[in-house]
Design a protein around this ligand. Structure first.
Ligand SMILES: [Zn+2]
Length: 368
């Protein structure tokens, strides 16, 4: 790593990713005849724009170096997705089509999809090349539900998967994905399910399968197949798990799995929709919890892989609190004090409930 980048993080971003908005409806469903005023779909530009501004103007700002994202090439997309799927996506984006009940693609969003994918590949390059220890693809739309052959859950191209393949191509041997987005990282799971050189870990709200585009359950028995058996760790956490439960799960489930696998690189699928005020999540994690998740991941990366972490932005749908939580994650990852104060969290942390939930999970988990 170049010395002048010590203790710094690269952020890869492009304003064009805030230049589109999915059509309004009833929350994230299609418009309802019963409503006079429809709601704007939750995956909106404000969260990303505010995350960029809070990172620029908040206490972490002086530790960040910004780079403008470029569009991914077809070859980069095809490291994770099939040609048939990518052709279908491109064709759908020309007119505007729902690719699942809540996942709408059209020309302006396709530009963002390609920029987000390019940002993820370049974040991997920045870390693998030794330019930075940590690089963050700050992007939308999110990515981790996108499967090799299927769009799902606002996601079209799996940026995490592209970053992993870029690192593998560069000679990195063992990669661990740590996904703390509140939803199951089913697309990433699907793309690496039969591999033993990519450990996929997902901590998520226990929401189960949600229809034909998301048949994976996120349950403990989805552990991988063939030589990938044992290399997919799902940690479904009950609704309302809270800071203490999340950190206990990280400490007792994620950390041992990472130590056992001993990755050469960690890829963080960094969603903030486990936050206490998220319209799409029920997990009551506050800025303090996100800060600690960032610190713990950094500490494990220091222990196992020379501190190398590629970060890709996933969900987070409260347009003001989620960006503050993203700032807390970055403070934690950089090993800084948590200086940005929490302006709104007032949720009590259910210490006993969170711990009991993790104990119950460990008792029934075949990999723990
Ligand atoms: Zn999510």
């Amino acid at each position: 790593m170049s010395d002048q980048n010590q203790g710094r993080m690269k952020i890869i971003y492009h304003e064009a990713m805030t230049a589109y908005c999915p059509p309004p409806g009833m929350f994230d469903a299609a418009p309802s005849d019963l409503l006079d005023i429809q709601m704007t779909q939750p995956e909106r530009p404000e969260k990303l724009a505010n995350t960029a501004s809070v990172l620029k103007r908040g206490p972490v700002g002086k530790h960040l170096d910004w780079e403008t994202a470029r569009s991914a090439t077809d070859d980069e997309i095809l490291t994770f997705h099939s040609q048939a799927y990518f052709d279908r996506l491109k064709e759908a984006s020309r007119t505007g089509v729902y690719m699942s009940a809540s996942t709408y693609i059209y020309p302006d969003s396709m530009k963002a999809v390609l920029l987000a994918a390019g940002a993820a590949v370049d974040a991997a390059k920045a870390v693998v090349s030794g330019e930075y220890k940590m690089a963050y693809a700050l992007v939308r739309p999110p990515a981790h539900h996108a499967q090799p052959e299927q769009a799902d859950g606002y996601c079209f191209v799996n940026n995490v998967g592209l970053a992993v393949h870029e690192a593998l191509k560069s000679g990195i041997k063992r990669i661990a994905v740590v996904d703390w987005d509140v939803h199951h990282g089913n697309g990433t799971q699907d793309g690496f399910y039969d591999r033993d050189d990519v450990l996929t870990i997902s901590m998520h709200m226990n929401h189960g399968a949600w229809g034909p585009t998301h048949p994976q359950t996120g349950e403990v028995d989805e552990t991988g197949s063939g030589s990938g058996e044992g290399y997919n760790l799902n940690l479904p956490l009950p609704m309302g798990t809270g800071n203490h439960g999340y950190l206990t799960a990280f400490d007792r489930c994620v950390a041992p799995a990472l130590r056992k696998f001993h990755p050469d690189l960690i890829v963080s699928a960094n969603g903030q929709d486990a936050n206490a005020f998220d319209p799409n999540g029920r997990q009551s994690v506050s800025m303090a919890g996100f800060y600690q998740l960032g610190r713990q991941l950094r500490s494990l990366a220091d222990e196992l892989c020379e501190g190398k972490i590629v970060i890709t932005q996933e969900g987070g749908y409260n347009p003001t609190y989620a960006p503050y939580c993203a700032h807390s994650v970055v403070e934690g990852l950089l090993g800084l004090e948590q200086k940005l104060e929490d302006p709104i969290a007032f949720y009590p942390d259910d210490v006993e409930g969170g711990e009991a939930a993790v104990n119950a999970l460990i008792m029934r988990h075949p990999l723990l």
